[in-house]
Design a protein around this ligand. Sequence first.
Ligand code: IVH
Length: 676
Amino acid sequence: MSSREAIRQRIEELRERIRYHDYRYYALDDPEISDAEYDQLFRELKELEKAHPEFASPDSPTARIGFPPLEAFETFEHPLPMLSLENAMDEGEMVEFHQRVLKLLGTSEPVVYTAEPKIDGLAVEILYENGRLVRAGTRGDGYRGEDVTPNVKTIRAIPWTLYAPPDGPPIPSAMTVRCEVYMNRRDFHALNRRREADGEPAFANPRNAAAGSLRQLDSSITAQRPLKAFCYGIGVLEGPVFETQWEILGALKLWGLPVNPLSRLCEGLEAALGYYRELEARRPELPYEVDGVVYKVNRLDWQRKLGEKTRSPRWAIAFKFRAHQAVTRVRDIQVQVGRTGVLTPVAHLEPVSLAGVVIRRATLHNMDEIERKDIRIGDEVVVQRAGDVIPEVVRPIVEKRDGSERPFEMPTRCPACGGSVVRLSGEAFHRCMNRNCPAQIEGAIRHFAGREAMNIEGLGKQIIHLLVERGMVTTPADLYRLTEADLLKLPGFAEKSARNLIQAIQKTRHPELASFLYALGIPLVGTYLATVLADRFKSFQALRSARYEDLTAVEGIGDKVADSIRRYFENEDNVRFIQALFDAGVRPKESAVDASLQAMDDFWKGKTVVLTGSLSSMTRDEATERLRKAGAHVASSVSGKTDVVVVGENPGSKLQKAKALGVAVMDEETFLKHLP
Ligand code: IVH
């Protein structure tokens, strides 16, 4: 064999091996070789490819960093079955449960229960070995679920390594932790708004959103979803011994796992029922959906004594909250046009009282949802408020139909402007394509003036409607040109109220950068990303001129978002819109870049930094030396303790790991700016 052929074969072999180890590391998180050995393979391949460019290949691991998504989930076998819970639907059933416990225990001592909010998400089991997160799987049928390890590792709340508190319980050599993965209501609504703007179908509720996000073959998608978790129990346990469920919850917390802070100990039935009433009253103010309370006999010896039935333990019960449901009739289905032109069908209902609130309307999301539930105009329907403020139509009562019900059809013309309505291929949504549609303009202005955007006080829906209807405002920039005299032409305005509103508008001419970015309504940029972008770029100009690579280098900004931001700033309408805002005197604040540079002396102090890839301005040793001098600790591998990863040319696997862990990533240019 010629030596050239031998080299080609070696290159191929290296690529294969690196791919395999990437898979072990990223997808399975089960590396067979150390980071150093991996780096050695990578370096050898890079050198050979450099010396023999004729063998270069676009799909070499050196050219393509990252890891292809899984093709299918593997099975996750639960070491101990994950049982489910029996439900109590009313206080009577709780009394029965308590009586049964007393009888089976045959004790005269009071029974203490833990009371834990039952979060409405999906159950996951996570295996930790010697404090390291090894594997995680969904509950599935209780015996077998799906292995979703890479996805669970993107959940910030879940530590990759348990924390060993000095005086706390020792870290178990093996342990499975059970938890509920969920999404906050607010995050759920924001996600749905983003999906809507993106033409993707909305999730019906936070539980579906959490489940859909966790069951992604591409964990980088999961990483962008705001998933959270609360741990509530242990399956397998080797090492420490506990006597009560309360101790277990305490230990989980000490080890750094999230435990619901609303959990309590309740002595006896009365206390347990009291907790239920209290939590039910607090339900609307909680950031997440709670569908009841889980009670567990606190003493583990008593739990063992009570034992289990086939599917559920005798020592625990879920006392469910009443779903606030009622029956009413769909009078009509009308269409609302949002600021992006998306048409949302809304059910207009015969007013019905649900848990003290009169419900008149409920969103039906989109055409697919209406067809899936088969909701027709005239139907009697079950409506529900699931702790949430937005009511939903659960299902039609088909038996009550008399043939007079009419299926809903999406209008072919926009109800607001008469413009044509289009459903783009692959989108769940119908859109009005007229950019000058008054409903879109109103929506855009409402968004712009909203509390989380420019926060223009006193500029409500009604006034916006009048301003748009009379053609006084066609873009948010027009607001800043309004005068008191203009407002006085509108019904309901007097001199004082006109002056107040003009002042309120003018007062917002120098918004925080994050609020301004959010106000622009860049697709996919919600309040959270707006803050991230403002923190990173500091000035509007810097963001506007950021290249695609500058954007994707920011933690939390993926390809899709970067693309959306670039496209937004390249679009001529948007350029004109921004110019109009600037012409009207709007100037977002810039955080003092210079001041932050002066503070650079302190920037690195105490930070753990990892370097990856080659820097063009200095050698790695030099960079390490300068960082050390500035007070940083330079580490060789990325972990949850890393504060910053500095990325040069051809970064290695560390960049991927940093992204997966949510560690801040800094490019060379920024790094140089930050060096003292
Ligand atoms: S204990 C044997 N505790 O409710 C005990 N479950 O059917 C089994 N859930 O999907 C579960 N919060 O994930 C327990 N504090 C809590 C819980 C909880 C939510 C979920 C659980 C499962 C369902 C039980």
